[in-house]
Design a protein around this ligand. Sequence first.
Ligand code: NAG
Ligand code: NAG
Ligand code: NAG
Ligand code: NAG
Ligand code: NAG
Length: 357
Amino acid sequence: VGLRSGRSLWMHSDPVSRKNESVNAEVLDLMNKMQSAAAGLNVSLGHPLFTQPLPPSSLQRFLRARPIPGLVLADHQTLFNNRYYESMYDDVENLNVTYPPDLSPDEQLVYETDAAKSLAEVATLVARSLYLQAGGEDKSLSNITADPKIVSHMTNTHTHTRAHTLTHNMHWFRSLLPPEVTKKGDNSILSSGPPQFYIGLGPRIHGPVHSVTRFVQYILANLTGTVTNLTESQCQNPSEINTENKDLFSYFWVSGPASLNSTGEPFCVRASVRLSKAVSPAFELLEYGSPNYSTWTESRWKSIRARIFLVASRELEMLTLGVGVAVLLLSLLVTYFISSKAELLFSSARETPTTAY
Ligand SMILES: *[C@@H]1O[C@H](CO)[C@@H](O)[C@H](O)[C@H]1NC(C)=O
Ligand SMILES: *[C@@H]1O[C@H](CO)[C@@H](O)[C@H](O)[C@H]1NC(C)=O
Ligand SMILES: *[C@@H]1O[C@H](CO)[C@@H](O)[C@H](O)[C@H]1NC(C)=O
Ligand SMILES: *[C@@H]1O[C@H](CO)[C@@H](O)[C@H](O)[C@H]1NC(C)=O
Ligand SMILES: *[C@@H]1O[C@H](CO)[C@@H](O)[C@H](O)[C@H]1NC(C)=O
């Protein structure tokens, strides 16, 4: 929806579940609320013909369980406008993101691209219609507006992350992350290599610090949290203070904004951002043969190893063999000699010479 050619949005709905009277009524109600929320905005809203099937979307997954009312917002009426929809090519290049020349990376980060402005508009529309849906009044709608600056921050961060141009120079980022992460090092998210988009099974193998998940967590903590006056040790163990609640909030120790010649004052952020594992229900229900839920897992990470040894020269090998054979022959001779003279050698020392060898 950030690409909106022609500046119009389309509300798609599912014709199958709308055959149910009550679902249909709620879908129509949702559409009306969206329309009235769009009234004050620079967005034109339409809906395709009633009979048109729902485009691929997560709503489909819910509809499989039972008919529920829902809308899918898209920038197309019948055919996809975005040829790369949900594919690996739907990336920065497809977004046609261009920055005015001679912007530093930090300036690019705050530059408001068209896509970001467009996304902010859609976010405002969705927020206002949700507000109406929750029983809010028309007259307070104008107070609800998404800030295109924040949206540009987030989208530019994302495009930079995708483009692997994230560098140590981005002060905004560094200020959001814990001090130990922003230090130079291979394990740091700000290291020059591409960040981890890999979805691992645990933090052990693919360290959480470098992962984009962690990154998004800290960005959301900054955007939704509040700055507290807790010290570092209190931040790590907030349950010691009776005004703080570790069950309600997460606490993050972050670097803080830095100027050119100072490293910034770290502080503690209290936010309701949490990480949770997205485990397939198949594993929770122990239905490993389930046709409904994926049971795809990571294959084993068993590394193949080889060791290389230097081979000694041919002469040394032959010498070793020769010495070995010589020692063998010598020991045979000595054993033969001792055993043949055993009675003589051991009779005086021992009473029972039969067990001499
Ligand atoms: C319509 O959907 C609702 C909610 O899913 C359900 O309770 C009701 O039985 C459905 N009505 C018909 C006629 O299928
Ligand atoms: C991006 O640019 C190409 C070529 O200039 C154009 O064909 C395409 O429609 C543009 N895409 C968007 C989303 O504007
Ligand atoms: C978010 O980051 C900005 C810029 O570094 C900083 O000024 C602000 O205090 C942070 N807010 C929170 C809640 O962490
Ligand atoms: C933090 O601020 C609260 C009031 O907002 C105050 O009661 C508390 O003593 C302060 N704690 C520290 C360590 O400064
Ligand atoms: C940064 O350094 C410059 C000169 O090197 C100085 O004028 C300025 O006050 C310093 N700023 C801070 C915040 O220390």
